[in-house]
Design a protein around this ligand. Structure first.
Ligand SMILES: Nc1ncnc2c1ncn2[C@@H]1O[C@H](COP(=O)(O)OP(=O)(O)OP(=O)(O)O)[C@@H](O)[C@H]1O
Ligand SMILES: [Mg+2]
Length: 270
């Protein structure tokens, strides 16, 4: 017999599926900023934040919410070849496939966009832009200068490189929305909602504020780190449920299992 904890742990596998989106005040706030920015003229919008702070999640939600009401295209994975990128942009705008032997010329694309001025406003959502080359980023900027294409791009912040300090992003065309880790309160709501959304009310009742405090000490409210923590925790529950069921209580979360999780993830030494 499989343990019910197997299904619980699987909730915490990283995924940007919009069905898994959890409404949090901070996410809601950033979403509204994003929507507002889209209505302003002349902007490139930068979604910025450390890995695992929910940038892809937000971009994905924006796409699905707006795709019926405006012209919007979503590149969820970076397109590293410039040739391929220009092709994909052109194909998205014209809704026609470009024959393989042909190549989309950048100046041509730029002129094509300039002609659409005043007629169309097309939004492109580009995830993982830290992987695009400087040269391609410059082309993206030039395309946005036509005021026909508007780009929302996400970039992740690394420990040793302050991308935002680059000259590139200091120009006025950028609107920056910075995402950060969840607060302890938000982490509580996040975990509760995730469990309840999937029908695990009993499990959600096991988790108290003090347990969240414990988890927060190690994950600092980073969504990806917290997912990993909960996945590992319920993996341990699953193991005990299958092998030593007398050690498993669903009254409240086990302090011992929490500590085993921190140990397993290398947050503490044994
Ligand atoms: N509002 C949210 N609702 C539900 N899950 C979320 C939310 N925000 C983040 N997550 C979870 O956290 C994980 C990490 O989020 P996401 O992939 O969006 O981070 P990111 O900022 O794009 O990271 P990276 O810079 O590494 O690309 C997601 O897989 C998702 O499970
Ligand atoms: Mg991402």
């Amino acid at each position: 017999m499989t343990s019910r904890f197997e299904n619980v742990k699987n909730i915490f596998i990283d995924s940007v599926e919009r069905n898994n989106y959890v409404e949090l005040e901070s996410a809601q706030h950033n979403y509204k900023l994003l929507e507002k920015s889209l209505d302003k003229p002349l902007k490139m919008i930068l979604l910025f934040g450390k890995p695992g702070t929910g940038k892809s999640m937000l971009l994905n939600k924006l796409y699905h919410n707006l795709k019926e009401s405006r012209e919007i295209h979503y590149f969820d994975a970076p397109i590293l070849s410039e040739k391929e990128f220009l092709r994909r942009v052109y194909e998205a705008i014209t809704d026609k496939a470009v024959p393989n032997e042909l190549r989309v010329n950048f100046d041509g694309l730029l002129r094509f966009c300039q002609k659409l001025k005043g007629e169309r406003e097309i939004v492109f959502l580009l995830d993982e832009c830290q992987l695009y080359s400087e040269a391609l980023m410059e082309k993206i900027r030039l395309l946005s200068d036509t005021r026909v294409i508007k780009f929302v791009i996400t970039l992740h912040k690394t420990e040793n490189e302050d991308i935002i300090a680059k000259q590139h992003f200091k120009t006025r065309i950028w609107e920056v929305i910075e995402l950060s880790n969840a607060s302890e309160d938000d982490l509580y709501i996040y975990i509760q909602k995730k469990l309840i959304q999937k029908g695990f009310v009993e499990i959600s009742n096991m988790i108290k504020k003090k347990h969240i405090r414990f988890i927060y000490t190690y994950t600092y409210g980073n969504f990806r780190e917290s997912n990993k923590f909960l996945y590992t925790l319920f993996d341990i529950y699953e193991y005990f449920d299958e092998n030593r069921p007398h050690k498993v209580s669903t009254e409240k979360l086990s302090k011992k299992f929490l500590e085993m999780t921190a140990l397993k993830l290398g947050y503490i030494d044994g």
